[in-house]
Write a protein that binds this ligand. Structure first.
Ligand SMILES: [Zn+2]
Length: 118
């Protein structure tokens, strides 16, 4: 399925495959790299699964938003961001959305601090 509206069918994030919805959000090496870094930050320290699940849910929405924004920016001539830069935007969005809104117990304090939720 083609979508989007710009004429070049190649994905602007990886400059490789044709841009489809599935490619952009699930298969693209750039996007997968970003999501991999986000998920890495979601591992280990979080014992309180509900907090982790909340972070993953908000991070996923932010991921969709910032991958789409990065794609549009590149099409319209903005300087491309590195995967680390997009990951940082996602992490900031999660913190902005959840800081002060989630209950943090002592066992998940390190996880919450890593995500700047406390
Ligand atoms: Zn791609």
């Amino acid at each position: 399925m083609r979508w989007g509206g710009h004429l070049d069918p190649a994905c602007v994030l990886c400059d490789g495959m044709d841009e489809t919805r599935d490619h952009l959000f699930a298969e693209c090496l750039f996007s997968r790299g970003v999501w991999g870094m986000v998920m890495q930050a979601c591992q280990e320290r979080g014992r309180r699964k509900s907090l982790r699940a909340t972070v993953v849910r908000v991070a996923w929405c932010s991921y969709l938003y910032y991958i789409w924004q990065e794609r549009n920016g590149r099409i319209h001539g903005a300087l491309p961001r590195h995967k680390e830069g997009v990951t940082l935007l996602i992490r900031r969005a999660v913190a902005s959305r959840l800081k002060g809104c989630v209950k943090v117990v002592s066992s998940s304090l390190a996880f919450a601090a890593d995500w700047d939720l406390v």
